[in-house]
Design a protein around this ligand. Structure first.
Ligand SMILES: [Fe+2]
Length: 238
Protein backbone atom coordinates (compact mmCIF):
# COMPACT_ATOMS: atom_id res chain seq x y z
CA UNK A 1 0.00 0.00 0.00
CA UNK A 2 1.10 3.53 -0.75
CA UNK A 3 2.44 5.76 2.04
CA UNK A 4 -0.19 7.51 4.13
CA UNK A 5 0.81 11.13 3.57
CA UNK A 6 -2.63 12.77 3.50
CA UNK A 7 -6.12 12.44 4.97
CA UNK A 8 -7.25 11.22 1.54
CA UNK A 9 -4.66 8.41 1.70
CA UNK A 10 -5.74 7.55 5.25
CA UNK A 11 -9.40 7.38 4.17
CA UNK A 12 -8.45 5.03 1.32
CA UNK A 13 -6.44 2.94 3.80
CA UNK A 14 -9.41 2.72 6.16
CA UNK A 15 -11.81 1.70 3.37
CA UNK A 16 -9.34 -0.93 2.15
CA UNK A 17 -9.20 -2.30 5.70
CA UNK A 18 -13.01 -2.23 6.00
CA UNK A 19 -13.34 -4.04 2.66
CA UNK A 20 -11.46 -7.00 4.11
CA UNK A 21 -13.31 -6.74 7.45
CA UNK A 22 -16.67 -6.99 5.64
CA UNK A 23 -15.39 -9.89 3.50
CA UNK A 24 -14.40 -11.78 6.67
CA UNK A 25 -17.86 -11.09 8.09
CA UNK A 26 -19.64 -12.54 5.04
CA UNK A 27 -17.82 -15.78 5.86
CA UNK A 28 -18.44 -15.64 9.63
CA UNK A 29 -22.13 -14.62 9.77
CA UNK A 30 -23.55 -17.89 8.29
CA UNK A 31 -21.67 -19.78 11.02
CA UNK A 32 -23.04 -17.46 13.74
CA UNK A 33 -26.59 -18.00 12.38
CA UNK A 34 -26.04 -21.75 12.39
CA UNK A 35 -24.89 -21.75 16.04
CA UNK A 36 -27.73 -19.50 17.27
CA UNK A 37 -30.56 -21.18 19.22
CA UNK A 38 -32.92 -18.20 19.34
CA UNK A 39 -34.88 -17.78 16.10
CA UNK A 40 -34.75 -13.99 16.47
CA UNK A 41 -30.96 -14.08 16.78
CA UNK A 42 -30.59 -16.40 13.79
CA UNK A 43 -32.81 -14.10 11.73
CA UNK A 44 -30.79 -11.04 12.84
CA UNK A 45 -27.53 -12.67 11.68
CA UNK A 46 -29.08 -13.70 8.35
CA UNK A 47 -30.43 -10.18 7.79
CA UNK A 48 -27.06 -8.65 8.61
CA UNK A 49 -25.35 -11.01 6.16
CA UNK A 50 -27.44 -9.51 3.35
CA UNK A 51 -26.64 -5.99 4.59
CA UNK A 52 -22.93 -6.84 4.81
CA UNK A 53 -22.88 -7.79 1.11
CA UNK A 54 -24.36 -4.36 0.36
CA UNK A 55 -21.71 -2.74 2.61
CA UNK A 56 -19.02 -4.34 0.44
CA UNK A 57 -20.64 -2.93 -2.69
CA UNK A 58 -20.77 0.55 -1.12
CA UNK A 59 -17.08 0.40 -0.16
CA UNK A 60 -16.19 -0.41 -3.78
CA UNK A 61 -18.37 2.53 -4.94
CA UNK A 62 -16.68 4.81 -2.40
CA UNK A 63 -13.16 3.74 -3.44
CA UNK A 64 -13.99 4.33 -7.13
CA UNK A 65 -15.46 7.75 -6.28
CA UNK A 66 -12.12 8.55 -4.62
CA UNK A 67 -10.31 7.55 -7.84
CA UNK A 68 -9.01 4.26 -6.39
CA UNK A 69 -9.26 0.70 -7.64
CA UNK A 70 -10.97 -1.43 -4.92
CA UNK A 71 -8.50 -3.70 -3.15
CA UNK A 72 -8.21 -5.33 0.27
CA UNK A 73 -5.60 -5.61 2.97
CA UNK A 74 -6.05 -8.07 5.84
CA UNK A 75 -7.98 -6.45 8.69
CA UNK A 76 -6.10 -7.89 11.66
CA UNK A 77 -8.60 -6.39 14.13
CA UNK A 78 -11.57 -8.19 12.57
CA UNK A 79 -9.53 -11.37 12.28
CA UNK A 80 -8.78 -11.20 16.01
CA UNK A 81 -12.36 -10.37 17.03
CA UNK A 82 -13.76 -13.26 14.99
CA UNK A 83 -11.12 -15.70 16.21
CA UNK A 84 -11.80 -14.81 19.84
CA UNK A 85 -15.58 -14.96 19.31
CA UNK A 86 -15.34 -18.41 17.71
CA UNK A 87 -13.18 -19.71 20.57
CA UNK A 88 -15.78 -18.61 23.14
CA UNK A 89 -18.71 -19.82 21.03
CA UNK A 90 -17.31 -23.36 20.78
CA UNK A 91 -16.87 -23.62 24.56
CA UNK A 92 -20.53 -22.83 25.36
CA UNK A 93 -23.30 -25.47 25.25
CA UNK A 94 -26.19 -24.92 22.83
CA UNK A 95 -28.94 -22.70 24.24
CA UNK A 96 -29.38 -19.25 25.70
CA UNK A 97 -25.88 -19.11 27.17
CA UNK A 98 -24.31 -19.71 23.78
CA UNK A 99 -26.66 -17.09 22.29
CA UNK A 100 -25.39 -14.61 24.89
CA UNK A 101 -21.80 -15.50 23.94
CA UNK A 102 -22.64 -14.99 20.25
CA UNK A 103 -24.17 -11.59 20.99
CA UNK A 104 -21.09 -10.54 22.99
CA UNK A 105 -18.82 -11.31 20.03
CA UNK A 106 -21.18 -9.81 17.44
CA UNK A 107 -21.56 -6.55 19.37
CA UNK A 108 -17.77 -6.19 19.64
CA UNK A 109 -17.65 -6.53 15.85
CA UNK A 110 -20.47 -4.01 15.37
CA UNK A 111 -18.77 -1.45 17.58
CA UNK A 112 -15.49 -1.85 15.68
CA UNK A 113 -17.40 -1.24 12.45
CA UNK A 114 -19.31 1.72 13.88
CA UNK A 115 -16.03 3.37 14.94
CA UNK A 116 -14.46 2.68 11.54
CA UNK A 117 -17.44 3.87 9.44
CA UNK A 118 -18.03 6.87 11.70
CA UNK A 119 -14.47 8.17 11.37
CA UNK A 120 -14.29 7.36 7.62
CA UNK A 121 -17.60 9.17 7.01
CA UNK A 122 -16.31 12.25 8.86
CA UNK A 123 -13.02 12.27 6.90
CA UNK A 124 -15.03 12.10 3.65
CA UNK A 125 -17.11 15.10 4.80
CA UNK A 126 -13.98 17.09 5.74
CA UNK A 127 -12.44 16.32 2.34
CA UNK A 128 -15.62 17.46 0.54
CA UNK A 129 -16.32 13.92 -0.74
CA UNK A 130 -20.08 14.14 -0.21
CA UNK A 131 -21.02 11.07 -2.27
CA UNK A 132 -18.53 8.96 -0.30
CA UNK A 133 -19.80 10.44 2.98
CA UNK A 134 -23.40 9.53 2.06
CA UNK A 135 -22.47 5.92 1.21
CA UNK A 136 -20.58 5.50 4.49
CA UNK A 137 -23.38 7.15 6.48
CA UNK A 138 -25.90 4.65 5.07
CA UNK A 139 -23.73 1.75 6.18
CA UNK A 140 -23.04 3.35 9.57
CA UNK A 141 -26.80 3.60 10.20
CA UNK A 142 -27.27 -0.08 9.33
CA UNK A 143 -24.44 -1.11 11.67
CA UNK A 144 -26.05 0.92 14.48
CA UNK A 145 -29.44 -0.69 13.77
CA UNK A 146 -27.86 -4.18 13.82
CA UNK A 147 -26.24 -3.38 17.17
CA UNK A 148 -29.60 -2.16 18.59
CA UNK A 149 -31.30 -5.36 17.39
CA UNK A 150 -28.70 -7.45 19.23
CA UNK A 151 -29.24 -5.40 22.40
CA UNK A 152 -33.02 -5.88 22.10
CA UNK A 153 -32.67 -9.66 21.69
CA UNK A 154 -30.24 -9.88 24.62
CA UNK A 155 -32.33 -7.76 26.96
CA UNK A 156 -35.67 -9.14 25.72
CA UNK A 157 -34.99 -12.80 26.45
CA UNK A 158 -31.50 -14.23 25.99
CA UNK A 159 -29.75 -12.74 29.05
CA UNK A 160 -32.47 -13.81 31.47
CA UNK A 161 -32.72 -17.29 29.97
CA UNK A 162 -28.93 -17.70 30.11
CA UNK A 163 -29.02 -16.75 33.80
CA UNK A 164 -31.86 -19.23 34.41
CA UNK A 165 -29.91 -22.01 32.70
CA UNK A 166 -26.98 -21.39 35.00
CA UNK A 167 -29.27 -21.33 38.03
CA UNK A 168 -30.91 -24.59 36.95
CA UNK A 169 -27.55 -26.34 36.67
CA UNK A 170 -25.97 -25.01 39.84
CA UNK A 171 -28.73 -24.83 42.43
CA UNK A 172 -31.48 -27.31 41.63
CA UNK A 173 -32.04 -31.03 41.84
CA UNK A 174 -32.10 -33.78 39.22
CA UNK A 175 -35.66 -33.01 38.09
CA UNK A 176 -34.79 -29.38 37.35
CA UNK A 177 -31.43 -30.25 35.81
CA UNK A 178 -33.18 -32.67 33.45
CA UNK A 179 -35.74 -30.06 32.46
CA UNK A 180 -32.96 -27.49 32.09
CA UNK A 181 -31.00 -29.84 29.83
CA UNK A 182 -34.12 -30.45 27.77
CA UNK A 183 -34.67 -26.69 27.63
CA UNK A 184 -31.19 -26.11 26.21
CA UNK A 185 -31.62 -28.77 23.57
CA UNK A 186 -35.29 -28.29 22.83
CA UNK A 187 -35.53 -24.51 22.66
CA UNK A 188 -37.70 -21.90 24.28
CA UNK A 189 -40.88 -24.00 24.55
CA UNK A 190 -39.15 -26.52 26.79
CA UNK A 191 -37.46 -23.75 28.82
CA UNK A 192 -40.96 -22.51 29.55
CA UNK A 193 -41.73 -26.08 30.75
CA UNK A 194 -38.72 -25.86 33.07
CA UNK A 195 -40.17 -22.74 34.69
CA UNK A 196 -43.60 -24.41 34.96
CA UNK A 197 -42.09 -27.53 36.58
CA UNK A 198 -40.19 -25.33 39.05
CA UNK A 199 -43.37 -23.47 40.02
CA UNK A 200 -45.34 -26.73 40.32
CA UNK A 201 -42.66 -28.33 42.50
CA UNK A 202 -42.68 -25.31 44.75
CA UNK A 203 -46.48 -25.40 45.01
CA UNK A 204 -46.58 -29.02 46.25
CA UNK A 205 -43.96 -28.35 48.90
CA UNK A 206 -41.02 -30.18 47.37
CA UNK A 207 -38.90 -27.16 46.55
CA UNK A 208 -35.18 -27.68 46.75
CA UNK A 209 -33.34 -26.62 49.87
CA UNK A 210 -30.82 -24.38 48.14
CA UNK A 211 -28.52 -24.06 51.10
CA UNK A 212 -27.95 -27.81 51.53
CA UNK A 213 -28.72 -29.11 48.05
CA UNK A 214 -31.12 -31.72 49.59
CA UNK A 215 -34.83 -32.09 48.90
CA UNK A 216 -36.91 -30.90 51.85
CA UNK A 217 -40.42 -29.94 52.83
CA UNK A 218 -41.44 -26.35 52.55
CA UNK A 219 -41.49 -24.22 55.72
CA UNK A 220 -45.32 -24.54 56.01
CA UNK A 221 -45.06 -28.37 55.92
CA UNK A 222 -42.39 -28.29 58.62
CA UNK A 223 -44.73 -26.09 60.73
CA UNK A 224 -47.54 -28.65 60.36
CA UNK A 225 -45.20 -31.47 61.46
CA UNK A 226 -44.11 -29.49 64.55
CA UNK A 227 -47.73 -28.73 65.63
CA UNK A 228 -48.68 -32.43 65.21
CA UNK A 229 -45.73 -33.41 67.45
CA UNK A 230 -46.84 -30.86 70.07
CA UNK A 231 -50.41 -32.28 69.98
CA UNK A 232 -49.08 -35.85 70.46
CA UNK A 233 -46.97 -34.72 73.48
CA UNK A 234 -49.99 -32.95 75.07
CA UNK A 235 -52.18 -36.08 74.64
CA UNK A 236 -49.59 -38.30 76.43
CA UNK A 237 -49.47 -35.94 79.47
CA UNK A 238 -53.22 -36.26 79.87
FE1 LIG B 1 -20.96 -4.01 7.83
Amino acid sequence: MAAVDSLHAHLVEELTDLRDAETQLTQALPKLAQFATSKALRTAFQKHLKETRTHLTRIDQALRALGEKPSSETCEAMKGLLKEGEKHMKKAPAGALRDAVLITGAQKVEHYEMASYGTARTYAQVLGEQQVARLLEQTLNEEKAADRTLTDIAEGSVNEEAAEEWQSQSEEGPLMRSAGWAGRTGGMAVRQLTRTVRRAASAVGMAQDRSTGRSSRTSSSRGQQRSMARRRATTKKR
